[in-house]
Design a protein around this ligand. Structure first.
Ligand code: CP
Length: 308
């Protein structure tokens, strides 16, 4: 395959800079979006549910005068047993060359690489708990747009780190850009696996005091074992997640006045974040969503032109 964005590891610092510069151009000239020579059919193949990623890839494609079409596994012939490879080859035969794919299996793309025609462009929109490169790019772009430098920045991830592809991609990207990545993981969500370049903290309140950015995470219960689901139910019945592990009103007061709050979404009000967080001037959650469109426009623009 000649052109793909599958993993943060695929990108050099130059590529990342090019994506951010292009996204910034789209951000600063929102009424001058169209570049000549576009009009490609793009299949958005979502084999897992999505709101932000799907809609922003679709909007990004439309802003650039492409023709996106959405495919959902349950409404496709995947339900009749057609494999992902055969689905893509079928769409290719119909004339589609660019695919945005979300799939529950880690690194689903490895089994496709040798069998897809060389002119296919493949963009990973999230694979299992392994990676979500466009999310990490929009998160770091949002931080830079808020005026912070990644060098030496202390970013704290709180919650279900073990099942989070967002954390894995963000840690890769932020580490490349010389940020320090920390994690606080509630005891019942600890897996024993340590993610490279992530420093695990055992005191949530102290980590909140010390960090520059806190990114709260949803429990990825669609990826939990039956045993963990059972344990979590018992836990949730007995204690409040927000009080023990969430960004509640008391912890908001611990956060520095110039610190920033993020969440990749979907967030659950009053579970991992108090709803007051959404009104807090330090909160970047809606900016992350907005910037997702510009970053995905930049990815289409550069990847389809062979510039990354
Ligand atoms: N952040 C994220 O990937 O959200 P969606 O699942 O809604 O796309």
């Amino acid at each position: 395959m000649s052109r793909e964005l599958l993993n943060i590891d695929d990108l050099s610092l130059n590529d990342i800079d090019r994506i951010f510069q292009k996204a910034n151009t789209f951000y600063t000239h929102p009424n001058n979006l169209t570049t000549a020579g576009y009009g490609k059919d793009i299949a958005l193949c979502f084999w897992e549910n999505s709101t932000r990623t799907r809609v922003s890839f679709e909007l990004a494609a439309k802003h650039l005068n492409h023709r996106p079409m959405y495919m959902y596994a349950k409404q496709s012939s995947a339900e009749k047993g057609e494999s992902l490879l055969d689905t893509l080859l079928t769409l290719y035969a119909a004339g589609i060359r660019c695919f945005v794919i979300r799939h529950p299996q880690d690194q689903y793309y490895l089994s496709l690489m040798d069998d897809l025609p060389k002119d296919v462009v493949l963009i990973n929109a999230g694979d299992g708990k392994h990676g979500h490169p466009s999310q990490a790019l929009l998160d770091v772009f949002t931080l830079q747009h808020s005026g912070v430098s990644l060098q030496g920045l202390r970013v704290l991830f709180v919650g279900d780190v073990a099942h989070s592809r967002v954390v894995r991609s963000n840690v890769k990207l932020m580490h490349k850009m010389q940020a320090q990545c920390w994690a606080y993981v509630p005891e019942h969500l600890q897996s024993g696996e340590n993610i490279a370049n992530l420093e695990y903290k055992d005191n949530l309140d102290q980590a909140i005091v010390d960090c520059d950015v806190v990114m709260m995470l949803r429990g990825q219960d669609e990826r939990w074992s039956e045993q963990l689901t059972g344990q979590h139910k018992i836990h949730a019945e007995n204690e409040s997640y927000l009080q023990q592990y969430g960004l509640n009103q008391e912890r908001l007061k611990l956060l520095r006045s110039d610190a920033l709050i993020m969440h990749p979404g979907p967030f659950r009000r009053n579970i991992e974040i108090d709803e007051q967080v959404l009104q807090d001037p330090r909160c970047l959650i809606w900016k992350q969503v907005q910037n997702g469109v510009y970053i995905r426009m930049a990815i289409f623009d550069l990847l389809l032109a062979g510039q990354i």
